[in-house]
Design a binder for this molecule. Structure first.
Ligand SMILES: Cc1cc2nc3c(=O)[nH]c(=O)nc-3n(C[C@H](O)[C@H](O)[C@H](O)COP(=O)(O)O)c2cc1C
Length: 157
């Protein structure tokens, strides 16, 4: 079982979130691979049981690089059906596009047929942090990693 985390980050905020998410996946005993968008390839997708996308908020949307990755993922359309998906985002301000960015990423994962679990507590759609993630944001990211890993394990039973 393996979870792939693909993120974009220009100034390091989303990157810190990505590694906090990875820590949560590992804590649940599931293998994790973290790839910055420039090193990521859609050819990594078929081997992953879960995919978590992270993006900085650019005009209320995922970055162009992340969108390029999503568009390239059509190569494996149908092959991600039933796998676990999740998303997180880093913004410059509050109420300035973080939720729309997370939801845009989740929309693409739903179109792939992926299984997405919300949360009844805190960041319902996925972690959103303002600027450099503080301890609370890091904890939220780690919890997301744990939840995704637990769901991956359940779906494998
Ligand atoms: C082109 C561009 C567009 C941005 N648009 C928004 C925006 O719409 N809303 C917002 O809150 N922050 C916006 N920001 C700020 C970034 O989302 C924020 O600084 C984020 O933490 C950067 O993440 P990173 O350190 O992983 O690159 C924008 C930044 C850039 C460079």
């Amino acid at each position: 079982m393996k979870v792939l985390i693909v993120y974009d980050s220009r100034t390091g905020n989303t990157e810190k979130m990505a590694y906090a998410v990875a820590k949560g996946v590992e804590a649940e005993g599931v293998a994790v691979e973290v790839k910055k968008i420039d090193e990521a390839s859609v050819d990594d997708l078929p081997m992953a049981d879960g995919l978590i996308l992270g993006s900085p908020v650019y005009y209320g949307l995922p970055s162009g690089k992340l969108k390029g990755f999503i568009d390239a993922s059509i190569k494996y359309h149908g092959r991600l059906d039933g796998k676990v998906g999740a998303a997180f985002a880093s913004s410059g301000g509050t109420h300035s596009g973080a939720e729309t960015t997370v939801l845009a990423l989740l929309e693409a994962l739903l179109i792939h047929g992926m299984v997405i679990q919300g949360t009844s507590e805190g960041n319902h759609y996925g972690p959103a942090s303002v600027g450099a993630p503080d301890n609370t944001a890091i904890e939220t990211c780690t919890k997301l990693g744990e939840r995704v890993a637990r769901l991956v394990k359940k779906l494998h039973d």
